[in-house]
Design a protein around this ligand. Structure first.
Ligand code: XIL
Length: 456
Protein backbone atom coordinates (compact mmCIF):
# COMPACT_ATOMS: atom_id res chain seq x y z
CA UNK A 1 0.00 0.00 0.00
CA UNK A 2 2.66 2.43 1.08
CA UNK A 3 4.69 1.48 -1.94
CA UNK A 4 1.73 2.12 -4.27
CA UNK A 5 1.15 5.51 -2.71
CA UNK A 6 4.79 6.43 -3.06
CA UNK A 7 4.79 5.52 -6.70
CA UNK A 8 1.61 7.52 -7.34
CA UNK A 9 3.19 10.50 -5.63
CA UNK A 10 6.35 9.87 -7.55
CA UNK A 11 4.44 9.87 -10.79
CA UNK A 12 2.67 13.09 -9.84
CA UNK A 13 5.96 14.74 -9.02
CA UNK A 14 7.42 13.61 -12.30
CA UNK A 15 4.35 14.87 -14.14
CA UNK A 16 4.65 18.22 -12.41
CA UNK A 17 8.33 18.41 -13.20
CA UNK A 18 7.49 17.57 -16.78
CA UNK A 19 4.92 20.36 -16.93
CA UNK A 20 7.28 22.87 -15.44
CA UNK A 21 10.16 21.84 -17.63
CA UNK A 22 7.91 21.46 -20.70
CA UNK A 23 6.72 17.86 -20.97
CA UNK A 24 8.25 15.90 -23.82
CA UNK A 25 5.81 15.58 -26.73
CA UNK A 26 3.93 12.30 -27.10
CA UNK A 27 5.76 9.84 -29.36
CA UNK A 28 4.90 10.45 -33.02
CA UNK A 29 2.50 7.92 -34.50
CA UNK A 30 3.95 5.07 -36.53
CA UNK A 31 0.87 4.09 -38.57
CA UNK A 32 -1.16 6.10 -41.07
CA UNK A 33 -4.37 5.85 -39.05
CA UNK A 34 -2.78 6.93 -35.77
CA UNK A 35 -1.00 9.83 -37.39
CA UNK A 36 -4.18 10.93 -39.18
CA UNK A 37 -6.25 10.57 -36.00
CA UNK A 38 -3.81 12.84 -34.17
CA UNK A 39 -4.76 15.55 -36.69
CA UNK A 40 -8.50 14.81 -36.36
CA UNK A 41 -8.67 13.07 -39.74
CA UNK A 42 -9.19 9.61 -41.14
CA UNK A 43 -6.80 7.76 -43.42
CA UNK A 44 -8.68 5.16 -45.39
CA UNK A 45 -8.52 2.74 -48.24
CA UNK A 46 -10.80 1.12 -50.75
CA UNK A 47 -11.17 -2.55 -49.89
CA UNK A 48 -12.70 -5.46 -51.78
CA UNK A 49 -14.62 -8.23 -50.07
CA UNK A 50 -13.08 -10.74 -52.49
CA UNK A 51 -9.61 -10.23 -50.94
CA UNK A 52 -10.67 -10.40 -47.31
CA UNK A 53 -9.60 -14.05 -47.07
CA UNK A 54 -5.96 -13.05 -47.52
CA UNK A 55 -4.30 -12.50 -44.17
CA UNK A 56 -1.65 -10.02 -45.34
CA UNK A 57 -4.43 -7.93 -46.93
CA UNK A 58 -6.57 -7.87 -43.81
CA UNK A 59 -3.61 -7.37 -41.47
CA UNK A 60 -2.40 -4.35 -43.43
CA UNK A 61 -5.94 -2.97 -43.64
CA UNK A 62 -6.44 -3.29 -39.88
CA UNK A 63 -3.01 -1.98 -38.93
CA UNK A 64 -2.88 1.13 -41.12
CA UNK A 65 -6.39 2.39 -41.91
CA UNK A 66 -9.27 3.80 -39.88
CA UNK A 67 -11.67 4.26 -42.79
CA UNK A 68 -12.87 1.86 -45.48
CA UNK A 69 -14.62 2.42 -48.80
CA UNK A 70 -16.15 -0.65 -50.46
CA UNK A 71 -14.39 -0.68 -53.84
CA UNK A 72 -17.35 -2.06 -55.84
CA UNK A 73 -19.79 -3.61 -53.40
CA UNK A 74 -22.19 -0.64 -53.04
CA UNK A 75 -22.39 0.19 -56.74
CA UNK A 76 -25.74 -0.06 -58.54
CA UNK A 77 -24.86 -3.18 -60.57
CA UNK A 78 -24.13 -4.99 -57.30
CA UNK A 79 -26.87 -3.62 -55.04
CA UNK A 80 -29.80 -3.60 -57.53
CA UNK A 81 -28.78 -5.83 -60.44
CA UNK A 82 -32.39 -6.21 -61.51
CA UNK A 83 -35.25 -3.88 -60.81
CA UNK A 84 -36.37 -3.82 -57.19
CA UNK A 85 -34.20 -6.78 -56.28
CA UNK A 86 -31.55 -5.69 -53.78
CA UNK A 87 -28.38 -7.48 -52.66
CA UNK A 88 -26.29 -6.07 -49.84
CA UNK A 89 -24.41 -9.22 -48.85
CA UNK A 90 -20.86 -8.26 -49.89
CA UNK A 91 -21.20 -4.67 -48.67
CA UNK A 92 -22.66 -5.83 -45.36
CA UNK A 93 -19.60 -8.00 -44.74
CA UNK A 94 -17.25 -5.07 -45.33
CA UNK A 95 -19.34 -2.79 -43.11
CA UNK A 96 -19.30 -5.46 -40.41
CA UNK A 97 -15.52 -5.81 -40.64
CA UNK A 98 -15.08 -2.03 -40.47
CA UNK A 99 -17.30 -1.84 -37.41
CA UNK A 100 -15.34 -4.61 -35.66
CA UNK A 101 -12.16 -2.56 -36.20
CA UNK A 102 -13.65 0.82 -35.32
CA UNK A 103 -13.23 2.08 -38.88
CA UNK A 104 -15.46 4.65 -40.53
CA UNK A 105 -17.15 3.68 -43.81
CA UNK A 106 -17.72 5.88 -46.88
CA UNK A 107 -20.61 4.81 -49.05
CA UNK A 108 -19.67 4.63 -52.75
CA UNK A 109 -21.78 5.36 -54.80
CA UNK A 110 -25.52 5.94 -55.35
CA UNK A 111 -25.77 7.51 -58.82
CA UNK A 112 -23.10 6.90 -61.46
CA UNK A 113 -23.16 6.18 -65.20
CA UNK A 114 -20.62 3.34 -64.84
CA UNK A 115 -21.19 -0.10 -63.34
CA UNK A 116 -24.86 0.68 -63.92
CA UNK A 117 -27.07 -2.26 -64.95
CA UNK A 118 -28.44 -2.18 -68.48
CA UNK A 119 -32.06 -2.19 -67.30
CA UNK A 120 -31.49 1.35 -66.00
CA UNK A 121 -29.74 2.46 -69.21
CA UNK A 122 -32.85 1.39 -71.14
CA UNK A 123 -35.32 3.70 -69.38
CA UNK A 124 -36.48 6.64 -71.52
CA UNK A 125 -39.36 8.11 -69.53
CA UNK A 126 -38.44 10.98 -67.21
CA UNK A 127 -41.07 10.11 -64.61
CA UNK A 128 -40.01 6.49 -64.59
CA UNK A 129 -36.26 7.12 -64.30
CA UNK A 130 -36.79 9.67 -61.54
CA UNK A 131 -38.87 7.12 -59.67
CA UNK A 132 -36.27 4.38 -60.25
CA UNK A 133 -33.43 6.63 -59.05
CA UNK A 134 -35.35 7.72 -55.94
CA UNK A 135 -36.30 4.13 -55.19
CA UNK A 136 -32.67 2.97 -55.54
CA UNK A 137 -31.46 5.70 -53.18
CA UNK A 138 -34.27 5.13 -50.66
CA UNK A 139 -33.46 1.43 -50.49
CA UNK A 140 -29.66 1.48 -50.55
CA UNK A 141 -29.09 4.55 -48.38
CA UNK A 142 -31.94 3.35 -46.16
CA UNK A 143 -30.29 -0.04 -45.71
CA UNK A 144 -26.97 1.47 -44.58
CA UNK A 145 -28.57 4.27 -42.55
CA UNK A 146 -26.48 4.88 -39.46
CA UNK A 147 -23.50 2.84 -40.69
CA UNK A 148 -21.79 5.41 -42.91
CA UNK A 149 -20.07 8.72 -42.25
CA UNK A 150 -20.41 9.88 -45.86
CA UNK A 151 -22.13 8.93 -49.11
CA UNK A 152 -20.81 9.68 -52.58
CA UNK A 153 -24.31 10.56 -53.75
CA UNK A 154 -23.41 11.40 -57.33
CA UNK A 155 -20.16 10.35 -59.00
CA UNK A 156 -18.46 11.79 -62.11
CA UNK A 157 -21.29 13.92 -63.53
CA UNK A 158 -19.06 16.40 -65.36
CA UNK A 159 -16.92 16.15 -68.50
CA UNK A 160 -13.16 16.46 -68.42
CA UNK A 161 -11.73 19.57 -70.02
CA UNK A 162 -14.94 21.53 -70.60
CA UNK A 163 -16.82 21.12 -67.34
CA UNK A 164 -20.02 20.41 -69.27
CA UNK A 165 -22.49 17.92 -67.85
CA UNK A 166 -21.54 14.38 -68.83
CA UNK A 167 -23.96 12.76 -71.26
CA UNK A 168 -25.45 9.95 -69.13
CA UNK A 169 -28.89 8.37 -69.07
CA UNK A 170 -29.72 10.46 -65.98
CA UNK A 171 -28.66 13.70 -67.67
CA UNK A 172 -30.44 12.90 -70.95
CA UNK A 173 -33.70 11.64 -69.49
CA UNK A 174 -34.10 13.65 -66.27
CA UNK A 175 -32.03 16.75 -67.10
CA UNK A 176 -29.77 18.96 -64.94
CA UNK A 177 -32.05 18.53 -61.93
CA UNK A 178 -31.17 14.88 -61.40
CA UNK A 179 -28.20 15.72 -59.18
CA UNK A 180 -30.16 17.76 -56.67
CA UNK A 181 -32.99 15.20 -56.74
CA UNK A 182 -30.44 12.54 -55.80
CA UNK A 183 -29.11 14.62 -52.89
CA UNK A 184 -32.64 15.25 -51.56
CA UNK A 185 -33.49 11.56 -51.76
CA UNK A 186 -30.24 10.62 -49.99
CA UNK A 187 -30.87 13.07 -47.14
CA UNK A 188 -34.36 11.66 -46.65
CA UNK A 189 -33.08 8.07 -46.63
CA UNK A 190 -30.09 8.64 -44.32
CA UNK A 191 -30.03 11.92 -42.41
CA UNK A 192 -26.92 10.78 -40.50
CA UNK A 193 -24.45 10.51 -43.41
CA UNK A 194 -22.66 13.51 -44.88
CA UNK A 195 -23.58 13.80 -48.56
CA UNK A 196 -20.74 14.30 -51.06
CA UNK A 197 -20.35 15.02 -54.74
CA UNK A 198 -17.33 13.01 -56.02
CA UNK A 199 -15.28 13.33 -59.23
CA UNK A 200 -11.83 12.91 -60.82
CA UNK A 201 -9.58 15.59 -62.31
CA UNK A 202 -11.04 18.17 -59.95
CA UNK A 203 -7.99 18.02 -57.66
CA UNK A 204 -6.58 21.31 -58.92
CA UNK A 205 -8.28 24.34 -60.45
CA UNK A 206 -9.51 23.76 -64.00
CA UNK A 207 -12.69 24.04 -66.07
CA UNK A 208 -14.13 20.88 -64.54
CA UNK A 209 -13.46 21.81 -60.91
CA UNK A 210 -14.81 25.30 -61.69
CA UNK A 211 -18.07 23.69 -62.86
CA UNK A 212 -18.31 21.56 -59.70
CA UNK A 213 -17.52 24.65 -57.62
CA UNK A 214 -20.35 26.57 -59.28
CA UNK A 215 -22.77 23.70 -58.65
CA UNK A 216 -21.83 23.43 -54.96
CA UNK A 217 -22.12 27.20 -54.55
CA UNK A 218 -25.57 27.10 -56.15
CA UNK A 219 -26.67 24.16 -53.96
CA UNK A 220 -25.54 25.94 -50.80
CA UNK A 221 -27.40 29.11 -51.82
CA UNK A 222 -30.63 27.26 -52.59
CA UNK A 223 -30.48 24.89 -49.63
CA UNK A 224 -29.97 21.68 -51.61
CA UNK A 225 -28.52 19.25 -49.03
CA UNK A 226 -24.79 18.85 -49.78
CA UNK A 227 -22.09 18.51 -47.11
CA UNK A 228 -18.89 17.58 -48.86
CA UNK A 229 -16.89 17.29 -52.05
CA UNK A 230 -14.70 14.30 -52.89
CA UNK A 231 -11.59 14.89 -54.96
CA UNK A 232 -10.80 11.42 -56.28
CA UNK A 233 -7.07 12.02 -56.69
CA UNK A 234 -6.28 9.58 -59.51
CA UNK A 235 -2.95 11.21 -60.32
CA UNK A 236 0.22 10.64 -62.31
CA UNK A 237 3.75 10.62 -60.90
CA UNK A 238 5.45 13.91 -61.70
CA UNK A 239 2.22 15.66 -62.76
CA UNK A 240 0.39 16.42 -59.54
CA UNK A 241 -1.26 19.86 -59.86
CA UNK A 242 0.52 22.55 -57.87
CA UNK A 243 -2.71 24.13 -56.61
CA UNK A 244 -4.39 21.23 -54.79
CA UNK A 245 -4.31 23.05 -51.45
CA UNK A 246 -5.76 26.24 -52.93
CA UNK A 247 -8.48 24.21 -54.63
CA UNK A 248 -9.38 22.35 -51.42
CA UNK A 249 -9.48 25.69 -49.63
CA UNK A 250 -11.89 27.29 -52.09
CA UNK A 251 -14.36 24.41 -51.70
CA UNK A 252 -13.98 24.55 -47.92
CA UNK A 253 -14.74 28.26 -48.06
CA UNK A 254 -18.14 27.41 -49.59
CA UNK A 255 -19.00 25.69 -46.30
CA UNK A 256 -18.51 22.03 -47.28
CA UNK A 257 -16.02 19.45 -46.06
CA UNK A 258 -13.49 18.08 -48.53
CA UNK A 259 -12.12 14.55 -48.79
CA UNK A 260 -9.42 13.04 -51.00
CA UNK A 261 -11.41 9.93 -51.84
CA UNK A 262 -9.55 7.65 -54.26
CA UNK A 263 -5.89 8.63 -54.12
CA UNK A 264 -3.42 6.73 -56.28
CA UNK A 265 -0.41 8.10 -58.14
CA UNK A 266 0.49 5.92 -61.08
CA UNK A 267 3.70 5.50 -63.07
CA UNK A 268 4.90 3.62 -66.13
CA UNK A 269 5.85 0.18 -64.90
CA UNK A 270 8.22 -1.26 -63.88
CA UNK A 271 9.02 1.09 -61.00
CA UNK A 272 12.61 2.14 -60.24
CA UNK A 273 14.11 4.07 -57.35
CA UNK A 274 13.89 7.41 -59.16
CA UNK A 275 10.17 6.98 -59.97
CA UNK A 276 9.45 5.77 -56.45
CA UNK A 277 11.20 8.83 -55.01
CA UNK A 278 9.14 11.14 -57.23
CA UNK A 279 6.01 9.27 -56.20
CA UNK A 280 6.92 9.78 -52.54
CA UNK A 281 7.26 13.53 -53.15
CA UNK A 282 3.88 13.53 -54.92
CA UNK A 283 2.10 11.71 -52.11
CA UNK A 284 3.72 14.08 -49.62
CA UNK A 285 2.37 17.10 -51.48
CA UNK A 286 -1.22 15.78 -51.70
CA UNK A 287 -1.35 14.62 -48.08
CA UNK A 288 0.18 17.91 -46.89
CA UNK A 289 -2.39 19.87 -48.92
CA UNK A 290 -5.21 18.12 -47.07
CA UNK A 291 -3.58 18.48 -43.66
CA UNK A 292 -3.15 22.23 -44.28
CA UNK A 293 -6.92 22.83 -44.63
CA UNK A 294 -9.08 22.41 -41.53
CA UNK A 295 -12.13 21.26 -43.51
CA UNK A 296 -10.18 18.59 -45.39
CA UNK A 297 -11.34 15.72 -43.20
CA UNK A 298 -9.79 12.62 -44.67
CA UNK A 299 -7.67 10.89 -47.25
CA UNK A 300 -8.57 7.54 -48.82
CA UNK A 301 -6.20 5.61 -51.08
CA UNK A 302 -7.76 3.49 -53.80
CA UNK A 303 -6.46 0.14 -52.61
CA UNK A 304 -3.98 -1.35 -50.17
CA UNK A 305 -1.46 -3.11 -52.39
CA UNK A 306 -0.24 -2.52 -55.95
CA UNK A 307 -1.05 -6.19 -56.53
CA UNK A 308 -4.81 -5.52 -56.64
CA UNK A 309 -4.90 -1.94 -57.92
CA UNK A 310 -7.38 -1.16 -60.72
CA UNK A 311 -4.72 0.90 -62.60
CA UNK A 312 -3.03 -1.83 -64.72
CA UNK A 313 -6.46 -2.99 -65.93
CA UNK A 314 -7.45 0.45 -67.17
CA UNK A 315 -4.21 2.31 -68.00
CA UNK A 316 -2.02 0.10 -70.13
CA UNK A 317 1.59 -0.10 -69.01
CA UNK A 318 0.93 1.86 -65.82
CA UNK A 319 0.65 0.82 -62.18
CA UNK A 320 2.59 0.76 -58.90
CA UNK A 321 0.30 3.59 -57.77
CA UNK A 322 -0.27 2.74 -54.09
CA UNK A 323 1.59 2.78 -50.76
CA UNK A 324 2.37 -0.95 -50.47
CA UNK A 325 4.01 -3.04 -53.19
CA UNK A 326 2.83 -6.43 -54.46
CA UNK A 327 4.28 -8.10 -51.36
CA UNK A 328 2.86 -5.59 -48.87
CA UNK A 329 6.23 -3.94 -48.34
CA UNK A 330 6.00 -0.24 -47.51
CA UNK A 331 7.11 1.96 -50.41
CA UNK A 332 8.88 5.33 -50.09
CA UNK A 333 5.46 6.95 -50.64
CA UNK A 334 4.28 5.31 -47.40
CA UNK A 335 6.98 7.00 -45.32
CA UNK A 336 6.35 10.32 -47.07
CA UNK A 337 2.59 10.12 -46.39
CA UNK A 338 3.16 9.19 -42.76
CA UNK A 339 5.56 12.10 -42.31
CA UNK A 340 3.12 14.50 -43.98
CA UNK A 341 0.55 13.44 -41.36
CA UNK A 342 3.04 14.24 -38.60
CA UNK A 343 3.89 10.59 -37.96
CA UNK A 344 7.34 9.07 -37.77
CA UNK A 345 8.36 6.13 -39.95
CA UNK A 346 11.23 5.52 -37.54
CA UNK A 347 14.91 6.29 -37.64
CA UNK A 348 17.10 4.08 -39.76
CA UNK A 349 17.74 0.94 -37.77
CA UNK A 350 14.33 0.84 -36.08
CA UNK A 351 12.84 -2.61 -36.28
CA UNK A 352 10.07 -2.64 -38.84
CA UNK A 353 11.55 -0.04 -41.15
CA UNK A 354 11.89 -1.42 -44.65
CA UNK A 355 15.44 -1.45 -45.78
CA UNK A 356 16.99 -1.12 -42.35
CA UNK A 357 16.94 -4.14 -40.15
CA UNK A 358 13.77 -5.53 -41.67
CA UNK A 359 13.36 -7.96 -44.55
CA UNK A 360 11.55 -7.94 -47.87
CA UNK A 361 10.47 -11.01 -49.76
CA UNK A 362 9.54 -12.23 -53.22
CA UNK A 363 7.83 -15.31 -54.57
CA UNK A 364 8.65 -17.18 -57.80
CA UNK A 365 6.84 -20.17 -59.29
CA UNK A 366 9.75 -22.29 -60.49
CA UNK A 367 7.72 -25.00 -62.23
CA UNK A 368 4.15 -26.16 -62.67
CA UNK A 369 2.17 -29.13 -63.95
CA UNK A 370 -1.50 -30.06 -64.32
CA UNK A 371 -2.40 -30.08 -60.67
CA UNK A 372 0.57 -28.70 -58.81
CA UNK A 373 3.57 -26.41 -58.77
CA UNK A 374 6.89 -25.65 -57.13
CA UNK A 375 7.49 -22.26 -55.52
CA UNK A 376 10.48 -20.44 -54.10
CA UNK A 377 10.46 -17.60 -51.57
CA UNK A 378 13.50 -15.34 -51.20
CA UNK A 379 13.90 -13.22 -48.07
CA UNK A 380 16.33 -10.31 -48.32
CA UNK A 381 17.74 -8.30 -45.43
CA UNK A 382 17.88 -4.50 -45.63
CA UNK A 383 20.87 -2.41 -44.63
CA UNK A 384 21.29 -4.34 -41.35
CA UNK A 385 21.67 -8.04 -40.71
CA UNK A 386 18.76 -9.97 -39.21
CA UNK A 387 19.08 -12.95 -36.87
CA UNK A 388 15.75 -14.52 -37.81
CA UNK A 389 12.73 -14.07 -40.11
CA UNK A 390 9.16 -15.20 -40.68
CA UNK A 391 7.38 -15.62 -44.01
CA UNK A 392 3.61 -16.08 -44.25
CA UNK A 393 2.11 -17.75 -47.30
CA UNK A 394 -1.64 -17.56 -47.88
CA UNK A 395 -2.54 -20.44 -50.17
CA UNK A 396 -5.33 -20.03 -52.72
CA UNK A 397 -8.46 -22.11 -52.54
CA UNK A 398 -7.60 -25.80 -53.12
CA UNK A 399 -3.82 -25.31 -52.90
CA UNK A 400 -1.89 -27.13 -50.21
CA UNK A 401 1.79 -27.57 -49.48
CA UNK A 402 3.04 -31.16 -49.84
CA UNK A 403 6.72 -30.65 -49.07
CA UNK A 404 8.86 -27.70 -47.96
CA UNK A 405 12.64 -27.46 -47.74
CA UNK A 406 15.08 -24.99 -46.17
CA UNK A 407 12.33 -23.77 -43.82
CA UNK A 408 10.07 -24.93 -40.97
CA UNK A 409 6.37 -24.62 -41.81
CA UNK A 410 3.33 -24.55 -39.56
CA UNK A 411 -0.08 -24.61 -41.18
CA UNK A 412 -3.38 -23.16 -40.02
CA UNK A 413 -6.09 -23.45 -42.66
CA UNK A 414 -4.83 -21.74 -45.80
CA UNK A 415 -2.12 -19.83 -43.90
CA UNK A 416 1.36 -21.35 -43.77
CA UNK A 417 3.85 -19.65 -41.46
CA UNK A 418 7.46 -20.46 -42.32
CA UNK A 419 10.40 -19.98 -39.93
CA UNK A 420 14.07 -20.59 -40.81
CA UNK A 421 15.41 -24.12 -41.02
CA UNK A 422 17.98 -23.09 -38.41
CA UNK A 423 21.13 -22.67 -40.41
CA UNK A 424 19.57 -19.99 -42.64
CA UNK A 425 18.15 -17.80 -39.84
CA UNK A 426 20.98 -15.26 -39.96
CA UNK A 427 20.97 -13.06 -43.05
CA UNK A 428 23.81 -10.52 -43.42
CA UNK A 429 22.88 -6.97 -44.54
CA UNK A 430 21.78 -6.98 -48.16
CA UNK A 431 22.00 -10.78 -48.46
CA UNK A 432 19.20 -13.31 -48.96
CA UNK A 433 17.93 -16.64 -47.72
CA UNK A 434 15.36 -18.76 -49.48
CA UNK A 435 13.13 -21.78 -49.08
CA UNK A 436 11.20 -23.85 -51.56
CA UNK A 437 8.08 -25.98 -51.60
CA UNK A 438 5.88 -28.25 -53.66
CA UNK A 439 2.15 -27.56 -53.60
CA UNK A 440 -0.78 -29.50 -54.97
CA UNK A 441 -3.50 -27.62 -56.81
CA UNK A 442 -6.23 -30.17 -57.58
CA UNK A 443 -8.39 -27.59 -59.37
CA UNK A 444 -5.49 -26.44 -61.55
CA UNK A 445 -5.15 -23.01 -59.89
CA UNK A 446 -1.39 -22.45 -59.75
CA UNK A 447 -1.71 -18.68 -59.25
CA UNK A 448 0.62 -17.08 -56.72
CA UNK A 449 -0.17 -17.51 -53.02
CA UNK A 450 -0.22 -14.37 -50.88
CA UNK A 451 3.14 -13.59 -49.27
CA UNK A 452 4.22 -11.39 -46.39
CA UNK A 453 7.39 -11.43 -44.33
CA UNK A 454 9.01 -9.75 -41.38
CA UNK A 455 11.24 -10.21 -38.35
CA UNK A 456 11.67 -12.05 -36.01
C1 XIL B 1 -12.99 0.98 -59.99
C2 XIL B 1 -12.62 -0.25 -59.19
O1 XIL B 1 -11.42 -0.02 -58.51
C3 XIL B 1 -12.48 -1.46 -60.11
O2 XIL B 1 -12.32 -2.65 -59.33
C4 XIL B 1 -13.72 -1.59 -60.99
O3 XIL B 1 -13.50 -2.63 -61.93
C5 XIL B 1 -13.99 -0.30 -61.71
O4 XIL B 1 -14.13 0.75 -60.78
N1 XIL B 1 -13.54 6.08 -60.05
C6 XIL B 1 -14.41 5.55 -59.14
C7 XIL B 1 -14.25 4.17 -58.67
O5 XIL B 1 -15.27 6.29 -58.61
O6 XIL B 1 -15.49 3.56 -58.33
C8 XIL B 1 -13.52 3.31 -59.67
O7 XIL B 1 -13.28 2.03 -59.09
C9 XIL B 1 -12.23 3.98 -60.09
C10 XIL B 1 -12.53 5.32 -60.74
Amino acid sequence: MRRALTSVLGAATLLLAGLVAGAPPAAAASTLKDAAAATGRVFGTAAAQSHMGESAYVNTLNREFNQLTPENEMKWETTEPSRDSFDYSAADQLVQHARSQGMEVRGHTLVWHSQLPSWVEGISSRTELLEVMRNHIANVAGHFRGDLTTWDVVNEAFEDGTGARRDTVFQRVIGDGYIEEAFRAARAADPTAKLCYNDYNIDGRNAKSDAVYAMVQDFKRRGVPIDCVGLQGHLIVGSVPGDVQANIQRFADLGVDVYITELDIRMQTPPNSQKLAQQAADYRSVVSACVAVTRCKGITVWGITDKYSWIPDVFEGEGAALLFDDNYNKKPAYDASLEALGGDPGDPGDPGDPGDGDVTCTYTRTSQWNNGFNGQVTITAGSSAVSSWTAVLTMRSGQSIQALWNGTPSTSGSVVTVKPAGWNANIPAGASASFGFTASAPNGDVSDPGLACGTP
